[in-house]
Design a protein around this ligand. Structure first.
Ligand code: SF4
Length: 342
C-alpha cells in the first residue's frame, strides 16, 4: 500500500501546449474541410487520438497533403523550407509554433547572418531539433552530449543554442564544457530551456527528499517528459515514465511517491493514476506558480475576425452565436475545455 502520494505542481500543460491545442480545436470549429497537421500537434498519444477521432490527419511532409489543403504546423517549430513548401500547396496554413521555440529560431538566424557558427544541443530526430536546425542547416552543428562536443573542431566564432525541453542535468555539463572549449562562446541572454521545462524540473527536485520513487506522466516521444525522468534519476531517485493507468501494472510501487507530468500530458490522466494508486494520504506540493499565457496564432485570429465580420455584415451571426465569437475570450478558455468540446 502506498502511504504518501505527492502531487507536484507545476505539472502538465504549459502555455505553448495550451495555445497549440486550442488553435487546432478552433481550426476544427471554423473549417468544414479536413485539417492536416504537420507533426503531432503536441507529443501526447491521448491528445493525438482525440484529434484523429475528429478526422485531423497528422503528416510528416508537405508531400503527404493534397493541393489546396488546410494545414496547421505543430508547436515544435517548422524549418523555413518546409513551411514554404506547405504554403505553396495549401489554401490556409496556420503555424502554432510556441513563441519560445521561435525565439531560438531567431537566434539561429541572427548568428548565421553574423557569420557565427552555432552548436545546437538537442535530440537527433526530435521535431523541435529538426525545425531549429532547418533555420540555418549549413551553419549549425547538432550535438547531444559532452562527447559530441569534444569531437567538434570549429575555428570560427561559436554560439551555443539548445532545444527548449532538455533536462537541466544534460544541458549544464555541455554548457560548462563549451565555455571551457571556446573562449568567446556566445550564449543567449536567457537560457533556451523554457520556463515550463525548468519549472517542472525544479518542482520535482524539491520533492525528492520526501519520496522513494517518482512517476512522470507523459508520452515516449515527449522530450520534457523524458527530461523529468533523467533529472530525477540523475539525483539518485527511481523514476518511471507512465503513459496512463494501464502502465501501473508494470510498476512496483514504493511507499512514498511523487507524481509529475510532462508539458503535453493532460491532467485527467494524472488524476486517474492517483485515484488508481489509492494512497493512504495524498499531499500537494506547489513550490512554483505559473501564469504564462500565449495568444493564438495571429493568422488564426485574423481569419476568425474576417469570418465574424462577414457573418455580421450578412446578418448571419445570430444563427450560430457560439461558433465564432468567443475567440477574444481565449485567455479564459483552457485546452482541457477545448479538448472536451471536440
Ligand atoms: S515546453 Fe516550453 S517550448 Fe515547449 S511548448 Fe511548452 S512552453 Fe513552449
Amino acid at each position: 500500500m502506498v502511504e504518501k502520494l505527492y502531487l507536484v505542481s507545476p505539472r502538465g500543460f504549459c502555455a505553448g501546449v495550451e495555445m497549440a491545442i486550442k488553435a487546432l480545436t478552433w481550426m476544427l470549429k471554423i473549417y468544414d474541410e479536413t485539417i492536416y497537421c504537420y507533426h503531432e500537434i503536441v507529443h501526447n498519444q491521448w491528445i493525438v487520438k482525440q484529434f484523429e477521432k475528429r478526422n485531423v490527419i497528422f503528416v510528416e511532409s508537405p508531400d503527404d497533403i493534397p493541393h489546396g489543403s488546410i494545414v496547421m504546423l505543430s508547436a515544435h517549430g517548422t524549418a523555413p523550407d518546409i513551411e514554404e513548401a506547405f504554403h505553396s500547396k495549401t489554401s490556409i496554413t496556420i503555424n502554432s509554433v510556441c513563441p519560445l521555440v521561435t525565439k531560438v529560431h531567431h537566434e539561429a538566424k541572427k548568428y548565421e547572418e553574423n557569420n557565427i557558427e552555432v552548436i545546437y544541443v538537442g535530440h537527433k530526430g526530435h521535431d523541435e531539433a529538426k525545425g531549429a536546425i532547418g533555420v540555418a542547416p549549413k551553419n549549425m552543428h547538432l550535438i547531444e552530449s559532452v562527447k559530441d562536443l569534444e569531437s567538434l573542431k570549429i575555428s570560427k566564432e561559436v554560439a551555443l543554442l539548445a532545444q527548449t525541453t532538455l533536462a537541466i542535468s544534460e544541458w549544464e555539463p555541455i554548457m560548462e564544457k563549451a565555455k571551457e572549449s571556446y573562449e568567446n562562446l556566445q550564449l543567449p541572454r536567457k537560457s533556451d530551456l523554457c520556463y515550463a521545462t525548468t519549472n517542472r524540473q525544479k518542482a520535482i527536485l524539491d520533492s525528492l527528499k520526501l519520496v522513494e520513487q517518482v512517476l512522470v506522466v507523459g508520452s515516449k516521444n515527449s522530450s520534457n517528459t523524458n527530461a523529468l525522468v533523467k533529472m530525477v534519476q540523475s539525483n539518485g531517485v527511481e523514476a518511471t515514465r507512465i503513459e496512463n493507468i494501464s502502465d501501473l501494472k508494470n510498476i512496483v510501487l514504493k511507499k512514498t511517491i511523487a507524481i509529475t507530468a510532462g508539458a503535453s500530458a493532460p491532467d485527467h490522466i494524472v488524476m486517474d493514476i492517483a485515484k488508481e494508486i489509492n494512497p493512504h494520504e495524498t499531499l500537494f506540493l506547489n513550490p512554483i506558480s505559473e501564469s504564462e499565457y500565449f495568444p493564438l496564432p495571429k493568422e488564426l485570429r485574423n481569419n476568425v475576425r474576417k469570418i465574424s465580420n462577414f457573418l455580421e455584415k450578412m446578418n448571419l451571426s445570430n444563427e450560430e452565436p457560439n461558433k465564432f465569437f468567443g475567440i477574444q475570450n481565449d485567455k479564459n478558455w483552457s485546452a482541457t475545455e477545448a479538448l472536451a468540446s471536440l
